[in-house]
Design a protein around this ligand. Sequence first.
Ligand SMILES: Nc1ncnc2c1ncn2[C@@H]1O[C@H](COP(=O)(O)OP(=O)(O)OP(=O)(O)O)[C@@H](O)[C@H]1O
Length: 293
Amino acid sequence: MNAIIEVKDLVKQYGELNAVDGISFTINKGQCFGLLGPNGAGKTTTIEIMEGIIKPSSGEVLYGGKPAGSDIAQQIGIQFQHTALQDFLTVKETLNLFTSFYQHTVSHQRLIELCDLKDFLDRDNRLLSGGQRQRLLLALALINDPDIVFLDEPTTGLDPQARRNFWQLIENIKTQGKTVILTTHYMDEAEQLCDDVVIMDKGQVIERGTPQTLLNRHFKEIFIYLPAAHVSQSTIDENGWQLEGERVAITSSNVEATLAALIAKQVSLEGLQVKSANLDDLFLKLTGHSLRE
Ligand SMILES: Nc1ncnc2c1ncn2[C@@H]1O[C@H](COP(=O)(O)OP(=O)(O)OP(=O)(O)O)[C@@H](O)[C@H]1O
């Protein structure tokens, strides 16, 4: 795979603080790349350096092997979390306005299809639902037909259905060969969409890989949960299981053997749940806190 972006030894200092503390990674063309980390990890600073919005204290970002020039804004698309849309303009008029900012633009018809805008083209920006607004912001990020699209927490605040609809749009963008760089606080989103993730903490890269590789690397076990009412305290203590509120959590590296042991002890399996580790669990393990804290 060929690297479209190389981040090399990036450092950003604010006074005594190294907000970004010597990070390096590459992003391959056509991938969805996720930059994850708890609050204050340095994600926004890293992304803003990559977008050419702020300058690093040292290190560099290469696009296609070359340092980003002043024309970078023409080549990338950015969906900011808090873009202010002009009041009293309709969606169609907003597309026209943003088209005038770029030398090269994609046809509106294509954007309308790609971002599913057709049902609210004549609606005032102020009347859009959260999901419609995000779809318009995505269309604006794609207006210059960029090879690389930055999406900053694009589904924050959307209901589950709108989030899933938005995921489909991101998949559509990927099938066009574009590279997507995503920051998100939702681990299910990263697991669903990202081919590759970098996890940052305290300005440094602490893990890197596909979501599945990272999970396989860090978790050999499966989690089994049972209603606490089914299991005696002595059985919990004997086996070193954990009581978590109303349920007992059993960490097992051999589900069959664990279930056989429960049956042998005549523990009722009604209400039993089995769960594989997910990126939320990984996050907790690596950083000591959950992503949404
Ligand atoms: N302009 C600035 N001046 C001083 N400190 C800053 C500045 N911008 C960011 N920082 C600090 O740098 C560190 C990294 O911030 P950054 O916004 O990159 O983190 P983040 O991972 O994006 O966090 P969040 O998920 O909360 O947005 C934080 O400690 C933040 O307070």
